[in-house]
Unconditional design. Structure first.
Length: 154
């Protein structure tokens, strides 16, 4: 009877020895899965911050374009070309350029606003196209927001 008892105890001990590192292996696998989850969450957070910044810059550019077109509507269409001429360095052009420099990647030579003023559908109107550019660090190409309007007298 003692020999049977010794054999059963020997079998139990072998089974316990075989599972000795199983808990450690399970803990390492769980840690690996948890680490991948944390890295994924950090990546999502980074992308969300980038998209938020892009949306903010786009909203700032849209606000600048709409404010400039609104000020154009409040003035005489015949003098628009002279007041927003980049080569002449007029006050309105310099003000637009100064506000555009608040966006990233805009300076005196790079990503300047583009404005085109041509004759409109009537003799007293002008058609205006205004583009604002910005470029965040790490972007290969500049972003652009463009709007067009017809400015006429009432």
């Amino acid at each position: 009877m003692a020999a049977v008892f010794e054999r059963a105890r020997f079998r139990c001990r072998r089974a316990a020895d075989a599972q000795w590192g199983a808990f450690l292996l399970e803990a390492l696998v769980a840690l690996l899965i948890f680490s991948f989850g944390l890295m994924a969450m950090a990546g999502l957070q980074t992308r969300a911050a980038r998209h938020f910044n892009d949306a903010q810059y786009r909203a700032n550019a849209a606000e600048l374009v709409q404010a400039t077109i609104a000020s154009m509507r409040a003035s005489d269409p015949a003098t628009l070309a002279a007041r927003f001429d980049p080569s002449a360095g007029s006050a309105n052009w310099l003000a637009l350029q100064g506000q555009a420099k608040r966006l990233p990647g805009v300076n005196d030579v790079q990503n300047l606003p583009a404005i085109q003023i041509i004759d409109g559908p009537t003799t007293t109107s002008r058609q205006v196209s205004l583009s604002i550019f910005w470029q965040t660090p790490g972007d290969l190409a500049a972003h652009r927001y463009t709007a067009s309007a017809v400015i006429a007298t009432n």
